[in-house]
Design a protein around this ligand. Structure first.
Ligand code: AMP
Ligand code: ZN
Length: 111
């Protein structure tokens, strides 16, 4: 299995990291869709939201989101969290991730 986000977790691919603990890694999206575009992933390989069994990872990701939003100065101005799951959402990378979009007035939800 060759998973781009597992490769980032394992240090085989570079990433601009903004947060890391034992469960979670957060880094800048390589193709930002907003001035602030961060990806939050569990360190263990979970393909989609449908495959989550260890919900402590989800808690840990949400704790990381809260902390990173404060650190990047967007907690008060606002941000959007998105998870794409399977084909209709347009999911491209099949390692669970949440997008954080922020830093400007965001467009409609279903753009
Ligand atoms: P999704 O469509 O939800 O699967 O989003 C995948 C996201 O991963 C896209 O926004 C890509 O720009 C991003 N991405 C793909 N490869 C990398 C990488 N090596 N480093 C950072 N972000 C990446
Ligand atoms: Zn993976």
């Amino acid at each position: 299995m060759d998973c781009v986000f597992c490769n980032i977790v394992e240090g085989k691919l570079p990433a601009k990291k903004v947060f890391e603990n034992d469960r979670v890694l957060a880094f800048h999206d390589i193709q930002p869709a907003a001035p602030v575009h961060i990806l939050f992933i569990p360190k263990k390989h979970v393909p989609t939201m449908n495959d989550v069994t260890d919900f402590a990872d989800i808690t840990a990701i949400h704790q990381a989101i809260q902390q990173v939003a404060k650190e990047l100065g967007v907690a008060e101005s606002g941000y959007r969290i998105i998870n794409n799951c399977n084909a209709d959402s347009g999911q491209v990378v099949f390692h669970l991730h949440y997008h954080m979009l922020a830093g400007e007035k965001l467009g409609p939800l279903n753009a």
